[in-house]
Design a protein around this ligand. Structure first.
Ligand SMILES: Cc1ncc(COP(=O)(O)O)c(C=O)c1O
Length: 384
């Protein structure tokens, strides 16, 4: 400690790691590089290069607060965040004058936001979600303490609308908050949004809220021909899309989109940061919007259309090769999630396949190449 009265000087150097710690870090990196070669089971795209953005990591940039409102914290990337949101708003057809959103830290936060808005709008609301919904939603419902009912799924992963109709009918006095899947985690299934709207109309339920979880498919469906209804034109109130999935980012991130009128109901002004508190988190990742912005500016929408086509081609290649060795394997028409009967634990472990009971999936993200599929098939033939 400096003697009393003596001024402390600012440190001028950055301490370095001990040789032992440096070695541990190098070993960790080697492991990540090794395992990346077997990374075909999860919907994260590993094909990207954001080197020109690394310099932003030299500053404590932070997107605290609402991206549309100026704040006292000037080291932010709100301008670029708004540009990213504008692209997503166009892709998901939310009318410009009704649109609001922010870059979140992933699909889970976006889903929490959607359910939060629904509950704030309808405090007595009841959330309906299908059996095939991502596991995090159950936890979100517990955190938010909202009443909820799980609806049966069909074998292909879509919500069973007969069960939904009967269940809503029993609870007609309570506004439904529908949590719809636009691409389920295990099977890539898209809930029938037109059918859901029809049920609400048939039962004359006018007070309702619909959130769509489009974690992966929200960046696939804008680029396919004749998608089923999936965006704001289908009557959504909010939607969540992951950024590190099809777009690809080294840090988990996502986008949440919502109708501005709903968000106005929850906004609070905060003097400390001189902005509006409309997001779930306070401090927010400011480099993630740059990753997304950079991806859109360099790859472009046509580039993404090609990438989606590539993903489907590799998915079809996987299906053909796996069928040829006797596997039951399929995918939904607008999904790159390839579902198969569960292989041996050796294969699941080596290829980091996601499993659930008797099924497993691989997901042909843009980094997956045909030679990896060939090696997977060889391993399945060898180990089962
Ligand atoms: C359908 C679906 N929703 C939500 C999530 C969670 O998203 P994140 O990992 O971005 O939080 C996932 C993750 O795989 C998912 O598949």
């Amino acid at each position: 400690m400096a003697p009393c009265g003596e001024m402390m000087q600012q440190p001028t150097t950055f301490p370095r790691l001990s040789p032992e710690d440096q070695k541990r870090l190098d070993d960790l990196y080697a492991m990540v590089e090794r395992e990346a070669d077997f990374f075909i089971g999860y919907p994260c795209n590993a094909f990207f290069d954001y080197a020109p953005l690394y310099r932003f990591l030299s500053h404590p940039i932070n997107n605290v607060g609402d991206p549309y409102v100026p704040s006292n914290y000037h080291l932010n990337t709100h301008l670029f965040e708004r540009e990213v949101l504008e692209i997503f708003q166009k892709l998901t057809h939310i009318p410009e004058d009704q649109a609001w959103g922010y870059v979140s830290c992933g699909g889970t936060e976006g889903n929490m936001y959607g359910i939060f808005l629904g509950r704030e709008l309808y405090p007595d609301g009841l959330v309906y979600y299908s059996e095939d919904t991502h596991y995090s939603v159950n936890k979100i419902l517990r955190c938010l303490h909202v009443r909820n009912i799980m609806i049966k799924s069909q074998p292909d992963g879509r919500m069973d609308l007969e069960d939904l109709r009967e269940t809503i009918n029993i609870h007609r006095d309570v506004p439904p908050i529908i949590f719809a899947n636009v691409g389920t985690t295990m099977k890539g299934a898209i809930d029938d949004l037109a059918g859901i709207r029809q049920i609400l109309d048939d039962l004359a339920i006018h007070r309702h809220y619909i959130h769509a979880d489009a974690a992966l498919s929200g960046m696939i469906l804008p680029f396919v021909d004749d998608p089923p209804p999936w965006d704001f034109r289908a009557g959504l109130d909010s939607m969540s899309i992951s950024g590190h999935k099809l777009i690809g980012a080294p840090i988990p991130c996502g986008v949440v989109l919502a109708k501005r009128a709903h968000v106005d109901r929850i906004a609070r002004s905060i003097e400390y940061v001189g902005t509006m508190d409309t997001t779930i988190l306070g401090s927010r990742n400011a480099i993630a919007p740059l990753f997304l912005w950079y991806a859109f500016r360099t790859i472009g929408l046509e580039g993404y259309r090609e990438r989606v086509r590539y993903c489907f081609d590799v998915a079809d290649y996987a299906i053909e090769r796996l069928r040829a060795v006797g596997r039951t394997v399929w995918r939904h028409a607008h999904s790159n999630t390839v579902v198969m009967n569960r292989p041996s634990d050796e294969v699941v472990g080596r290829w980091q396949l996601a499993v659930q009971g008797p099924i497993a999936h691989l997901i042909t993200m843009p980094h997956v190449v045909r030679s990896q599929i060939d090696r997977l098939v060889d391993d399945i033939v060898k180990y089962g």
